[in-house]
Design a protein around this ligand. Structure first.
Ligand SMILES: Cc1ncc(COP(=O)(O)O)c(C=O)c1O
Length: 352
């Protein structure tokens, strides 16, 4: 089938679900215990074991997980949290949910990761934490963020399964947060988790995800995960090594196919899980996206509105450059060989 001649569009993201998830959810439905219960507890134990961290607290979303982790580290009213400017709005929303002020730091225009010099310059005596984002599944070393001398929260929303210095991401900081949104590395529909070696952080997150308990000034929210979602998550977690392998294989194939193009492939790093495959185009990313879309594959801007724009702050040259030149193309384990070929063809024609 010629994708150019049809309305068929290869989606930019898609969950990879199969009979294992259906069976697991079906069992939960048959049990009648569908709210938070033993499946959530088991998913927490399994994630804690996979990442190698003592405490795990499942939540209704990654945003809630980040808000609760920050609150657990006392990043609340009157404090500031340094975040990368080139990231989705959920990160700033989580900081605001915790009651703190998000302070974006500029990013490296080649990777989209935080520019530590700029972050240092933005540190004040109100800075209470820094968020280290493993952007697009490419791990960063949280040790670099420790130079700020405040607690580091790893945002692993895009990077479950990634490894840095032979250790899983999420095991290298004061607290780590994960997202299991429909199109993330692991899918529970909506969902998130806090992983931490710090018992106080875990206790606070457990308290904050409840609401049918006596009120408390730190906030009580109904932000729990359901057993239905956790059953999916457990089935997905068992498939994680295969998912990572499939993404790496696709990234390798794309890398070879696009080597002659003007567009640059974002720098690789050991332990990368390729949640996104991102190209840096010499021209305008919006135009490149439109040209790829016109050829049947759904390309997207990975971050359509960096935080400095969303928050109405002055120019951030690194984040502006990423916004202008980064283009993300479909990469996920359920991308078929036929679809992969069609994506390669669309990108080569559009950018060649
Ligand atoms: C880097 C990052 N942090 C946090 C989140 C928030 O996760 P969720 O969508 O589960 O609330 C996302 C997902 O949108 C994300 O990509």
């Amino acid at each position: 089938m010629d994708f150019q001649d049809t309305a068929i569009r290869i989606p930019h993201s898609r969950p990879t679900l199969g009979p294992e998830e259906r069976r697991a959810v079906d069992e939960v439905l048959r049990s009648g215990q569908v709210a938070m219960g033993p499946e959530v507890a088991a998913f927490e134990r399994e994630m804690a074991r996979a990442v190698g961290v003592e405490h795990a607290v499942a939540t209704g979303s990654g945003t809630a997980a980040l808000a609760f982790a920050l609150a657990g580290l006392s990043a609340g009213p009157g404090t500031e949290v340094i975040v990368p400017a080139y990231v989705c709005p959920a990160v700033a929303n989580a900081v605001l949910w915790a009651g703190a002020t998000p302070v974006p730091a500029d990013v490296d225009p080649e990777t989209g990761c935080m520019d530590m010099e700029d972050a240092m310059a933005r540190k004040t005596d109100k800075t209470r934490a820094v968020v280290a984002v493993h952007l697009f599944g490419r791990p960063v070393d949280p040790a670099a963020y420790k130079a700020l001398s405040v607690p580091v929260v790893e945002d692993c929303a895009q990077a479950v399964g990634a490894v840095v210095n032979n250790r899983p991401v999420g095991s290298l900081s004061h607290a780590a947060v994960f997202s299991f949104y429909a199109t993330k590395m692991l899918c529970t529909g909506e969902g998130g988790m806090v992983l931490t070696p710090d018992e106080t952080v875990a206790r606070k997150a457990r308290a904050m995800r409840e609401s049918d308990v006596p009120p408390s000034p730190e906030g009580r929210y109904n932000a729990k995960m359901t057993d239905v979602a956790a059953a999916m998550g457990r089935a997905q977690l068992r498939k994680l090594p295969g998912f990572v392998e499939a993404r790496r294989r696709l990234a390798h194939d794309f890398g070879r196919a696009f080597s002659g193009l003007d567009a640059a492939i974002l720098p690789d790093a050991p332990g990368h899980v390729f949640y996104r495959f991102v190209l840096k185009v010499p021209g305008d990313a919006d135009e490149a996206v439109a040209r790829i879309q016109a050829r049947g594959a759904s390309a997207e801007l990975p971050v359509p509105e960096p935080l400095h724009m969303a928050l109405g702050l002055p120019d951030y040259p690194g984040a502006r450059s990423c916004r202008k030149h980064f283009v993300s193309i479909p990469i996920y384990p359920s991308l078929s060989r036929r679809e992969t070929k069609a994506v390669v063809k669309a990108v080569k024609e559009a950018l060649g």
